[in-house]
Every structure is written in C-alpha cells, then in structure tokens.
Design a binder for this molecule. Sequence first.
Ligand code: ZN
Length: 191
Amino acid sequence: MSNRLLAIVEVSPEARIACQANGCGHAVYKRIHVVSINGSLQVLGSECFKRLFGGAIGGNPAYSSSDGRRLTDAERRMLQENTAQLVAQLEAEHEAAQDPAREKLQRISQSGIAREASGGPPHRFRAPLPVRQPAAPRRHLGPTPEAIRKYEAQAKIDVRAKFDVDPNLPGWRGLVLQRITELSKSDEVPD
Ligand SMILES: [Zn+2]
C-alpha cells in the first residue's frame, strides 16, 4: 500500500495535539498532516511530515485544501480518538464538493435563471408585483344597506315598467342588478 497525504487540518492553539511521529510528540496545531502510511493513519506536524516524507509524498492532500481546514471541536476530538472516521468524513465532504451530479444540478438551475432573465423585455428584471390586498370594507362610503334596498325596489319597478316582466323571477335578476348598478351610479336616489 502506498503512502499518501490525506488531509491538512488545523486546530485552535489551545487544543493543539501531539505529533505522532516516532520519538517526536511535539504539540502541533497548524498544518497538521494526516497521512496514510502503509494503510495506517498518522497525524504529523508539518516539520515531521517534511522530515519523514518530504519529496516522497506530494504536498497536495487528497481530501482537503493545502491551506489546512480548521477543525471544529468535534472534529478535533475525532482526529485524536478516531482518525479514520475523521478521514472518512473529510473524504465524503471532498466527494460531495466534486460530485458531478451536484455540478449538473447547479448548471441546470443556472441555465433556468438565464432563461428567465432573457425572456424578453417585459419580463426582464421585472420587480415583483405588489400583493393586492382585498379592499377594506367601506363602512361609511357608498350606499348603505338601506339605500341598496331602496335601489332594488326602484330597480324592480323600472324593470317591470320597461320590459313588462316580473322582476321577482330569477330569470330577470340580471336586469334588476343592472338597473341597481345604474341607479347607484346616478344621483337618482329613491326616497
Ligand atoms: Zn513531529
């Protein structure tokens, strides 16, 4: 099995950890190198990594940036107690970031946005329409229920006179309503 630099990570100075190189044990917190040596994991300070593997293992970690991502407290505990689990997590993160399906989704949604944006002048950069609120009930404006009853009575009289029909039959309701509208718009307020 080959040797491999898996990740470079960082912890807070107060939470520094011991370099695992043989006979070292120095406390390290920056540029901590997680390496796989013949299948077993080792956590090394950057000096020991250079001393032991400089040139033999490339400086480009497989599952992290070469800057060294800062670990959360939980991840730091994992680094010491279960390095393999942390490596698995970093690997999953790395794969999610590289996932072609995700890239594809992103492309699709971006082209969707592009389509919408080029949908012609009337749609381009149109501000969202204000939400129309239902008109507040008009309490002191317009005809009172009493006036409406008077309009209706007058409308029925007018419809009967004009069309010679029974305005109380449902079939003529439209005519009555039309006449009510006319009356309410005019000043012919019946007494
Ligand atoms: Zn060391």
